[in-house]
Design a protein around this ligand. Structure first.
Ligand SMILES: [Ca+2]
Ligand SMILES: [Ca+2]
Ligand SMILES: [Zn+2]
Length: 315
């Protein structure tokens, strides 16, 4: 798996069911998507499964990024901003919190790739895609990011549908430049995966996000079918870490106004406080692991970090 992958894992049930299909790339694709109504392996239906649904015991949904790498990325970002004459305001702790700082308007062309299986299962409607883009525009409005759907492309391929050979299919199908968001809709054992903007220079051919097709508005994954997985993954694509990045540490996600968390949130537990550092857990933040219905916000600090990351890597 490429280093830049970020994985939003499905539950233990999903992993077990998927394992049955992974006998090697030549193994026949099982037909679990042929009957999405059962929800089966991708529908968390107990709290325990939900707890594992976006990370859980198998780890967080991005490659392990150490505090040292976080600091290295921050230094690289600052030097790129300084070199381009854009404001590079801080070192390791993220953007300075300058209230009222105007954000740069950022327009993102979007290409959606519907990776259906050979029989055509795994499709979504154009209405669902329209709704997904609307969700992105609504959720990122305060961060100054807007999304324009340019094209929707449909493919029939069993391997690609189940996200096998992902580096190959992404490099073959990706379109647009550094500012273009490519969204591949697949059926795999996780809900979403993204690449980071600072990895574009080395791995631009696979840049974008992959999300489960049943996570779109109208999809079948209970608690995760309002399109917010795309919001979460796009947050990574724009340079945000999880609000639980690094656990209960002061470095955390390098955003000052997101209280540090020891662990990801599942469900929507009001008042949760997993870390002794100031503030209750930001359970409503798009970069936690809460239910879609619980997600309501990016903070000003996150918006400023997106602004910096855009200027450094995608402008
Ligand atoms: Ca924080
Ligand atoms: Ca706290
Ligand atoms: Zn994530």
């Amino acid at each position: 798996m490429p280093l830049s992958n970020i994985i939003r894992l499905a539950g233990a049930a999903g992993l077990a069911a998927t394992a049955l299909t992974v006998g090697g790339l030549a193994a026949p694709v099982m037909g679990r998507v042929a009957d999405p109504g059962t929800g089966g392996c991708l529908t968390p239906d107990t709290n325990e499964e939900v707890a594992a649904a976006r990370g859980g015991p198998t780890g967080v949904d991005h490659r392990g990024i150490s505090a040292a790498e976080q600091r290295a990325i921050a230094r690289r970002t600052s030097s790129r901003l300084a070199a381009s004459g854009t404001s590079g305001t801080s070192g390791t702790s993220g953007p300075s919190q300058r209230a009222g700082t105007a954000l740069v308007a950022k327009t993102v062309p979007v290409y959606v790739h519907v990776m259906r299986d050979a029989a055509g299962a795994g499709d979504v409607t154009n209405w669902q895609i329209t709704q997904l883009i609307a969700v992105l525009n609504s959720d990122f409005a305060q961060a100054g990011v807007s999304f324009n759907l340019i094209d929707t492309r449909r493919y029939n391929n069993d391997l690609w549908h189940n996200d096998w050979q992902s580096a190959r299919y992404r490099s073959l199908t990706r379109v647009g430049g550094v500012r273009a968001l490519n969204i591949w809709l697949v059926d795999a054992r996780w809900f979403g995966i993204a690449t980071f903007p600072w990895d574009y220079a080395a791995e631009g051919d696979i840049d974008g996000i992959r999300i489960d097709f049943e996570s779109l508005p109208g999809g079948s994954i209970i608690h995760y079918n309002e399109g917010k997985t795309a919001t979460h993954e796009t947050g990574h694509w724009l340079g945000l870490f999880h609000t639980f990045q690094g656990g209960c540490t002061r470095l955390n996600d390098q955003v000052d106004d997101t209280p540090a968390q020891a662990t990801p949130t599942s469900g929507c537990p009001a008042g949760r406080d997993s870390c002794m550092l100031p503030g209750t857990d930001p359970i409503h933040n798009y970069m936690d692991y809460s239910w879609d219905s619980c997600y309501t916000e990016f903070t000003q600090g996150q918006a400023q970090r997106i602004d910096r990351m855009w200027a450094a890597y995608r402008a």
